[in-house]
Write a new protein. Structure first.
Ligand code: NAP
Length: 320
């Protein structure tokens, strides 16, 4: 392995002879969760209730099931209520939207996430549009996506944010680096590219119509892969010393595999996120930090509205 890629930075190039530096999300996630545990306890103390994260699952598929167990476990760890809302795959889009409207109106529910993919007959846009942007803690509503693209402070898609945070918190410099993102989905690739641009990387985005993927990936100093294709990126498609963030989670037999072929990549990269144990744990911790922000905003707005109503009635009574 060589580490002649400046993106690796000194702190990333710690592989020695035993292989690349593994950018583990677990320890970073644990730090975030510890702080969240304290913050959610303070929230309960101040507002008198525990906020709920509603996880809407329409039908079921294998990656969703894996992700679901993880998020519910993380809820438990930080002391928030995780509510699984299971809807059979045979329902109509209207039924799904009605369920989301109910969650929008439920004051205990501070955040709503909808597990993807949805069954093919349910239009994604209808479901996304029905989520209250103030409860859209995974940043999929057009309002939050628009805020991200303009550089404002909406809710960020947690996986894309995790892909960038793992680099930043591992001390890997992004400014001015040639950053390549494989994948352009609205939930991962596109927002990750926007966030990396915000960090001043020089970003190229690849997708299924890109001709000669390796031509671009070999140019990367930082490579973020979110394609959902196990082993898509092999070692011969990488330049020595590249830092790789593998967002892919693919269930293959009884294994979870990333989009990067770890065995052939390990001798080339300076640092890489493992699958599992890389981006995944951090995603959940960040999602719950968004839940804290959503819950706090909602509680403060509720209190301000109540105070406003009380002041208006007092003024009304005084004027009589
Ligand atoms: P997605 O919606 O299926 O999007 C995949 C993207 O990859 C698309 O933009 C697609 O291009 C591109 N792509 C597919 N095959 C390609 C190929 N052969 N060459 C180049 N680009 C290709 O998937 P997603 O929701 O973004 O998720 C991506 C991966 O991340 C999945 O493995 C998913 O399980 C994983 N994931 C992980 C987490 C986590 O917490 N770690 C969370 C969410 C998702 P087109 O646009 O041209 O179709």
């Amino acid at each position: 392995m060589t580490a002649d890629n400046p993106a690796a930075g000194t702190s990333a190039a710690t592989a020695g002879t035993s292989g690349p530096r593994l950018l583990a999300g677990g320890p970073i996630a644990a730090e975030i969760r510890d702080a969240l545990g304290t913050d959610f306890a303070a929230f309960k103390e101040r507002w008198g209730y525990v906020p709920t994260l509603a996880v809407v699952l329409v039908g079921a598929d294998a990656p969703s099931a894996v992700y679901l167990q993880q998020i519910l476990r993380t809820c438990q760890r930080v002391g928030v209520e995780g509510r699984l809302v299971e809807i059979g795959s045979e329902v109509t889009a209207d039924a799904v939207c009605n369920e989301i409207e109910r969650l929008n109106a439920d004051p205990a529910v501070a955040g709503i996430i909808v597990q993807m993919p949805l069954p093919a007959h349910i239009p994604l846009h209808a479901v996304i549009d029905s989520i209250d942007p103030a409860k859209d803690i995974d940043g999929i509503h057009p309002r939050n996506a628009g805020l991200l693209s303009l550089g404002y402070d909406g809710f960020l898609p947690a996986t894309a944010q995790a892909a960038v945070e793992i680099l930043k918190r591992s001390g890997i410099e992004i400014v001015g680096k040639r950053v390549v993102v494989v994948g352009r989905s609205n939930v991962v690739g596109k927002p990750a590219a926007l966030l990396l641009l915000r960090e001043h990387g020089s970003v190229t985005v690849l997708h299924s119509r890109t001709r000669d993927l390796g031509h671009y990936t070999r140019d990367a100093e930082i490579l973020v892969v979110a394609a959902g294709r196990p082993g898509l990126i092999r070692g011969d498609m990488l330049s020595p010393g590249v830092v790789v963030v593998d967002v892919g989670i693919n269930v293959v037999g009884d294994k979870l595999l990333g989009d990067v072929d770890f065995e052939s990549a390990r001798d080339v990269v300076s640092a890489i996120t493992p699958v599992p144990g890389g981006v995944g744990p951090l995603t959940n911790a960040l999602l719950l930090s968004h839940l804290l922000r959503a819950a706090t905003d909602q509680a403060e707005r509720g209190a301000a509205a109540t105070a406003g109503t009380a002041a208006a009635s007092a003024a009304g009574a005084a004027g009589q």
